[in-house]
Design a protein around this ligand. Structure first.
Ligand code: PMP
Length: 440
């Protein structure tokens, strides 16, 4: 990479940022106000973007509008939770009718929670399930359950793994805010069978292996079938539980990605879109393991949570999964995602832009040199170009596409094919416009 093209990248990025500031005065003003009540004007770290985040005013179907009135095709898809778009009529009708006919905060067991649980069990092939409010909580309770069931403490996770706000393992280490930090053993490379199996076999007191079948926050890197089966088998060999984090990936196949790959996890954790747009988490799996939460049994674990069975989420999550994200809709959306990824690859051939992922989830990466093998974050370490990634983000906004700054696209059901074509075209034009800095 010549210093000349680094210089042109710097100039292009500075110009794009200056246009961003000029085009978004109301978002800028809102950020300055928000700083007065929220540290850094932010209550969800991922959404902080320099020099300030865009403040969205409204979402409708598959589009969002910012405070300054720009319209975008929503490719953020609320980091996979926004699958149903912003204004799905079935979700609206269910919210209103639940409010009118059932009401909020009953402080009791309801028939609806059983209906929702039964649907989750049949769809995702679980014997028993429990509900929570977030994916983070689902993982927390699954881990507590695994520890109780095995009477062991340690948990193996993978570099780049993300299992929630307090369970994150970037660059081979537990993030500083990780709960029970010392109980985690982080395998330095995802998808490395030998390393993973050795670590599983040599870790004493191992309660569970916790893994995403495709790393989401870690860059949309699919786990190979061989890798996932090998760690499942190794976990079982040493008497540990195999926990599959499907918080992001359950939408990638009709019964979840694990089922698609022939895995038989002891526990599965889920969340995101399964609340139909509301806060949700769930964990479930084998009957004997989930029995640690059976309150009829002396010495069982408590699983509390005021909103675990709230009437809105159990109704909306149920109707949305049953009537909107049917098995057929799931297959179709993911086929569209595969097609989109292929077209994006074609229009960026020979450039520093690289796409990863599976089905309707796409990772966008910018690398200085061609990457032949991309099986874990470490494969591109030191080769990543944040400046180009930021340039892409600014210029996609200008073209009317709302993407995640770190390079992540999650499709929404309502997105029309011609709009995705428009995105492919915009990406192709971006690569062309910056040929001097984007060519490999
Ligand atoms: N696990 C995975 C794989 C996730 O992607 C996420 C959220 N991005 C979580 C857990 C945590 O879910 P939540 O944000 O609902 O706590």
């Amino acid at each position: 990479m010549s210093s000349v093209s680094h210089e042109s990248a710097k100039a292009a990025l500075e110009a794009a940022e200056a246009r961003f500031i000029a085009n978004n005065p109301l978002s800028k003003k809102q950020h300055e106000l928000a700083i007065g009540a929220l540290p850094g004007g932010n209550t969800r770290t991922l959404l902080h973007t320099s020099p300030f985040p865009l403040t969205m005013k409204q979402g409708k179907g598959a589009h969002v509008w910012d405070e300054d009135g720009h319209k975008y095709l929503d490719l953020v898809g609320e980091l996979t939770a926004g699958l149903y778009g912003h204004t799905n009529p079935i979700i609206r009708e269910t919210m209103l009718s639940t409010f009118d006919n059932v009401g909020l905060s009953l402080g009791s067991t309801t028939v609806q929670e059983h209906k929702h649980a039964s649907l989750l069990c049949s769809r995702f092939k679980l014997k028993r399930v429990r509900m929570a409010n977030t994916g983070t909580e689902a993982n927390m309770h699954a881990l507590a359950g695994a520890r109780h069931y095995t009477s062991r403490r340690k948990v193996i996770v993978f570099s780049g793994g993300y299992h929630g706000a307090v369970f994150s393992f970037p660059n081979g280490k537990a993030a500083p805010n990780t709960v029970d930090k010392d109980d985690f053993v982080v395998v330095a490379r995802y998808n490395d069978i030998g390393l993973a199996v050795d670590t599983i076999r040599s870790t004493p007191d191992l309660a569970a292996v916790l893994v995403e079948p495709m790393q989401g926050a870690g860059g949309c890197i699919p786990g190979s079938k061989e890798f996932l089966h090998a760690i499942q088998d190794a976990a079982h060999e040493v008497g540990a539980l195999f926990i599959l984090d499907e918080v992001m990936t359950s939408r990638l196949a009709p019964h979840g990605l694990g089922f698609e790959l022939g895995l038989k996890p002891d526990l599965v954790t889920m969340g995101k879109y399964l609340g139909g747009g509301l806060a949700f988490g769930a964990f479930g799996g084998r009957e004997e393991v989930m029995a640690v939460y059976d309150p009829r049994v002396e010495g069982s674990l408590a699983h509390s949570g005021t909103f675990n069975n709230n009437t809105l989420v159990t109704s909306v999550g149920y109707e949305a999964l049953k009537r909107v994200f049917t098995e057929e809709a799931c297959v179709e959306l993911n086929e569209r995602g595969d097609g989109l990824r292929e077209r994006l690859k074609q229009v960026t051939k020979g450039t520093k832009i690289m796409f990863s992922g599976r089905g309707s989830l796409i990772g966008v990466h910018f690398v200085d040199e061609a990457v032949e093998v991309f099986t874990c974050g470490e494969d591109i370490q030191g080769k990543e170009r944040r400046d180009l990634r930021d340039l892409f983000w600014f210029e996609m906004l200008e073209a009317g596409y709302w993407t995640t700054r770190r390079g992540f696209v999650a499709l929404i059901l309502e997105t029309e094919e011609k709009e995705l074509e428009g995105f492919v075209e915009a990406v192709g034009k971006f690569a062309e416009r910056h040929r001097d800095i984007m060519a490999l």
